[in-house]
Design a protein around this ligand. Structure first.
Ligand SMILES: Cc1ncc(COP(=O)(O)O)c(C=O)c1O
Length: 465
């Protein structure tokens, strides 16, 4: 479909369906411009349909699963419809899977790590590409083996069979991201699943970045390439109201005791006994984030209506454009290289001689462009992509431990949403050209505790926004 002019027309239509895309912001020099949001990998704006759906849901907003009144029953219906939508979106309606609402991906991984039965000597395979959300919860729970990335930063899945073999019989889980939030590289999760299953392990996919950009099929539970567990966040899927989901085998969540315990999770409680409810209820103790879940369901319905494959095709077109424009800027180096295959629209780069935090500050204050700079909660991966040596990493660690963040390594990330346009990338290009030539409108100073750059006069400019 690349080159299909209809995709651009679609993008213009989709743009109309997103809230806040024409928002005006004030710049450092007092001028005004329409904000360009290229920070969608962090959080996406709201879809209009989600906003409407929420307004309606608020009219009947009430408790779920507990009240006998009309509003409570209706709210419970909407909550459960959202749950069904999550399973539909992932092709996981075989009845063997269950969707559990969480706050976000981070909570979902923590829940899974807390509940996954692991004993001394068990191994969990992670990768060097992971976001901290899929690194830290597993540490201390099992022996960790890391799947390496290659020189480009792509996951070396070819090393997985050997790794599984090396720890034969001890690997209980392979937990990898579906797509990187740094390079945008997409991993072959079904190959990884097949390998894991062949060695008696299960697979978890952190789909925080994959779900907003690619059609996901968890596949029938008895398919060798099926995904056992998967998590994602609503706020990266145009429904930023604090919901997320963990999807996994219903039977798994019947075992043991839930991590979170309290009301709503039980069938019976006496002073010394408890009978836990069936999943998903037993995994959702306490009053859930009903509106967040309803928003997520509405967003997923909207994305389906737009056409997930068409969204993918348009994003690829825009990714090619972004990579091409970045390639024109002297001194820009894209982390992981310029290849566009198997890559979502998240591209991180460095600009020779200009600290990434300074680039990001100038883009924001002088050009009205929102990006993110730093290590994107994937410190090991970014340090690897920046080719930092072990002594350099150790030195940085000591500086940071002392509260000194002036030399933070990192990159600038431009990440695409379904509403972004070529003209917005042109603005990024113009801004980077200026920055690469040292043309700043402001005088910037670094804040050592945060590593962020602030222009002189920022306070006044901010207070008059
Ligand atoms: C790949 C990946 N995993 C996990 C997360 C964590 O998501 P959340 O902050 O919504 O829990 C992110 C967020 O950026 C991410 O990009």
């Amino acid at each position: 479909m690349p080159g299909d002019g209809g995709l651009r027309l679609d993008a213009l239509r989709w743009r109309q369906q997103v809230v806040g895309v024409e928002h005006e912001v004030r710049l450092l020099d007092g001028g005004r411009t329409t904000y360009v949001n290229l920070d969608n990998a962090a959080t996406t704006p709201v879809l209009r349909h989600v906003q409407h759906m929420l307004r309606e849901a608020e009219e009947i907003y009430s408790s779920v699963h507990r009240g006998a009144g009309y509003k409570s029953r209706r709210t419970s219906d909407l909550y459960e419809e959202a749950r069904a939508e999550v399973l539909r979106f992932l092709g996981a309606q075989d009845g063997k899977r269950v969707a559990i609402f969480t706050k976000h991906t981070t909570e979902a991984v923590n829940k899974l790590a807390a509940e996954f039965p692991l004993e001394r000597g068990d191994v969990v395979i992670l990768s060097e590409m992971e976001h901290h959300a899929n690194l830290l919860p597993w540490r201390g729970r099992a022996e960790i083996a890391y799947l390496p990335v290659d020189a480009q930063g792509r996951l070396d899945l070819g090393a997985l069979p050997d790794l599984l073999e090396r720890h034969s019989g001890r690997v209980k889980l392979v937990a990898i991201s579906g797509a990187s939030n740094v390079t945008g590289y997409v991993n072959d999760i079904h190959f990884a699943a097949e390998m894991a299953h062949r060695h008696g392990a299960m697979i978890f996919v952190d789909a925080a970045q994959l779900a907003p950009h690619r059609r996901i099929r968890m596949l029938d539970a008895d398919d060798p390439g099926a995904i056992d567990f998967l998590a994602f966040s609503a706020h990266k899927l145009y429904a930023p109201y604090g919901a997320g989901a963990l999807v996994g085998p219903r039977e798994f969540f019947r075992l043991g005791a839930p991590q979170l315990r309290g009301g709503g999770a039980i069938k019976f409680v006496s002073l010394d006994d408890v009978i836990w409810d069936e999943p998903p209820a037993r995994e959702e103790a306490g009053s859930p984030n009903v509106l967040g879940a309803i928003a997520l369901g509405a967003a997923l319905r909207s994305l389906e209506a737009m056409g997930v494959e068409r969204l993918e095709a348009r994003e690829h077109e825009l990714l090619l454009y972004l990579l091409g424009r970045l390639g024109e800027v002297p001194g820009v180096e894209v982390l992981g290289g310029m290849a566009s295959d198997e890559r979502i629209g998240a591209v991180s780069f460095v600009l020779d001689g200009v600290p990434p935090m300074l680039v990001a500050a100038a883009l924001g204050w002088e050009w009205g462009i929102g990006v993110r700079a730093g290590c994107f909660c994937a410190n090991p991966y970014v340090m690897r992509l920046l080719h930092l040596s072990s002594p350099q990493v150790a030195g940085l660690r000591d500086e940071i431990a002392r509260g000194e963040r002036s030399h933070l390594p990192g990159a600038v990330r431009a990440s695409l949403g379904l509403y972004n346009l070529e003209a917005e990338i042109d603005r990024l290009h113009a801004a980077l050209m200026a920055v690469s030539l040292g043309e700043f409108k402001g005088r910037y100073a670094i804040e050592t505790e945060t590593g962020e750059y602030w222009p002189e006069g920022a306070q006044e400019a901010w207070s008059t926004l």
